[in-house]
Ligand binder design. Sequence first.
Ligand SMILES: NC(=O)c1ccc[n+]([C@@H]2O[C@H](COP(=O)([O-])OP(=O)(O)OC[C@H]3O[C@@H](n4cnc5c(N)ncnc54)[C@H](O)[C@@H]3O)[C@@H](O)[C@H]2O)c1
Length: 311
Amino acid sequence: MCRRLIIGSEGQLGTELSRFLSNKYDSDSIILTDIREESKSELIYHKLDAINYKELELIVKRYDIEEIYHLAAILSAKGEENPKMTWDLNMTSLFNVLELAKNKIVKKVFWPSSISVFGNTSPKNNTNQFCVMEPDTIYGISKLSGERWCEYYNIKYGTDIRSLRFPGIISYNTLPGGGTTDYAVEIFYSYIRKENYKCFLKKDTLLPMLFIDDAIESIDKIMTVNRNKLSIKSSYNLSGFSVSPDMISNILIEKDPSFIVSFKPDFRQDIADSWPNSINDDHAKKDWGWVAKFDLDKTVNSMVKNLKIKI
Ligand SMILES: NC(=O)c1ccc[n+]([C@@H]2O[C@H](COP(=O)([O-])OP(=O)(O)OC[C@H]3O[C@@H](n4cnc5c(N)ncnc54)[C@H](O)[C@@H]3O)[C@@H](O)[C@H]2O)c1
């Protein structure tokens, strides 16, 4: 039985991925870890600081883990509050996992990168897989460095590290953990609670986004495709749809004209301005058949429907 370990299982992506993997595979074969005391899930859980190699290796060996999904990180907005800590966590934890793969203790790794690898000097529209990349945040710097290391390990050591550059992820089960695209989740909570929403980005800030179901499907797809098909050894551009705060708020106001959204940009505006408006994901389409199923309308409908049930 192939056992799979999730690092950072209690976050926005981890809670959904653990549910998905435990439905797809034997639930006893999915092991969860996070820095938090407890898990919200019923699956096997261990508190683990991802920068502690010894403890990580102990868990990996104890459960004979074959695949690691490494999701622990400090994200873009939170990262700017403590750049050194962000660098330490994002890089050390990745190295720990890369070393486990290099030493053949695990067979396969998933590690997400992000559109934060692009910066002010990158092309804005339909941003290509290969272009100028000068990230402006410590989060982006850590992700771009991580990508280079993943490619290095894959080529030099023959490891099987697979990676996607996620855009902002929109989900309803778990709140996002401190990114620049968090508004695209928060606005739905305010709408359902019948509260006014104050958006921290300008209304016309266009950013690439992905609905959570598509994000999980993309992880499943890239982790199960034949390795020979993966021509990108660092991290694949991935796209869902592009949206601005007023595009979402206009749809919600049309549903309920009493919903009020105001715009008061803060430090996150500069981060958002340095990122692409839209992403070209032709390599993912060509190499492993990536197609996003959720556009803006489908995402809004699913968010409203599911949050009405949840709240
Ligand atoms: N959510 C997005 O919009 C988005 C976009 C692009 C890339 N990503 C990437 O996807 C991954 C998961 O993101 P997320 O949105 O789920 O983040 P999140 O902040 O919601 O979750 C991260 C989890 O990591 C845990 N964690 C923090 N420090 C830890 C440590 N020292 N040891 C172990 N666990 C620790 C946190 O407790 C949290 O549960 C990250 O690598 C992130 O960079 C996310």
